[in-house]
Every structure is written in structure tokens, then in C-alpha cells.
Ligand binder design. Structure first.
Ligand code: SME
Length: 155
């Protein structure tokens, strides 16, 4: 029987193989397969959203989980806008204590946003919501930053 650790390793491998897969020829296919595999492979990832930058606005491009009303987010607004403005990963362990947080669901307790970068330019973002407080570990961060790097190579 698979241990939790080996299931996790396998889920990471599955996701990280998506951007380089020859079968996924367009960026939209890569993003769709990615959100699907992230949400199904990682139980604490309740909602998975990928935004793409259009001018100064983040536009929702693919998601799995609860639908969100925040389909367009200006850079600088919310947790997503903060990650884009600062050009770095933002982890919020308790969204209720962050006044900038834009709520998608009252069930969400923590959030991590990882920018997809080309050099110093933000292309988009991977935004993960969890119903568990402080759900995201250093392993989640490392894994999602690696994924963001691979997605950027397809953009
Ligand atoms: N919570 C985000 C908005 C995006 S939805 O959660 C999908 C924010 O504060 O920017």
C-alpha cells in the first residue's frame, strides 16, 4: 500500500510532467491538466486557480474547485494582486487575519499564491486555497515554484 509520502511524491511527479508532455501542445491544455491534477492529487488543495496577466489585471484562465466571483483582479489588490506586485510567492496561513484577502468561499482558511515568471516579468499565477488553516508547507512552496517555472517555459 502506498504511504502518504510516496503518494505525495507520485502526485508531484504527475503534475511536474504535465508542462513538458508532448501531448499537451497548447498553454491552455497545460493549464487545464495542471489544475485538474493539482486538485485531485493534493487533498489539502481545496481550490486551484490559475490567473494570467493581461495588462495590469489578473484574469482567471483555469480552475478546479469552487467557482470564484474574482475572475479579474487588478495588480496590487487581494492576495493575488500582492503576489503579482511583489513578484514573489505569498503564503497566508489565516486568510481571516489578512484585511486584503478577497473571499472566494467562507470555507477557505489559508492561501498560497505563486507567480509564474519570465525573468522579472510576471506572466500569471498559481493560486491555491485550502479549507485547512496554515495548510501550506515549505514542500508545497518548493513544489509549486518548480511547477510555475515549468509552466513559464510553455508560455
Ligand atoms: N483570495 C484571492 C482571490 C482569488 S479567489 O480566492 C480564487 C485574493 O485574495 O486575491
Amino acid at each position: 500500500m502506498a504511504t502518504d509520502a510516496s503518494a505525495r511524491t507520485q502526485a508531484e511527479r504527475t503534475v511536474l510532467a504535465i508542462p513538458g508532455s508532448p501531448g499537451h501542445s497548447t498553454l491552455d491544455t497545460v493549464l487545464e491538466r495542471t489544475v485538474e491534477a493539482l486538485q485531485s492529487g493534493f487533498p489539502h488543495y481545496t481550490g486551484v486557480y490559475i490567473y494570467w496577466l493581461d495588462g495590469d489585471t489578473l484574469v482567471l484562465r483555469a480552475f478546479r474547485g469552487r467557482p470564484t466571483e474574482h475572475v479579474r483582479i487588478p495588480v496590487g489588490v487581494g492576495i493575488c494582486g500582492r503576489a503579482a506586485r511583489e513578484r514573489q510567492t505569498v503564503v497566508v496561513d489565516d486568510v481571516g487575519s489578512d484585511p486584503a484577502y478577497l473571499a472566494c468561499s467562507i470555507e477557505t482558511r489559508s492561501e498560497m499564491v505563486v507567480p509564474v515568471m519570465r525573468g522579472t516579468q510576471v506572466l500569471g499565477e498559481i493560486d491555491i486555497d485550502s479549507d485547512v488553516k496554515a495548510a501550506f508547507t515549505a514542500d508545497d512552496r518548493k513544489f509549486l515554484e518548480q511547477l510555475a517555472f515549468l509552466i513559464a517555459t510553455k508560455a
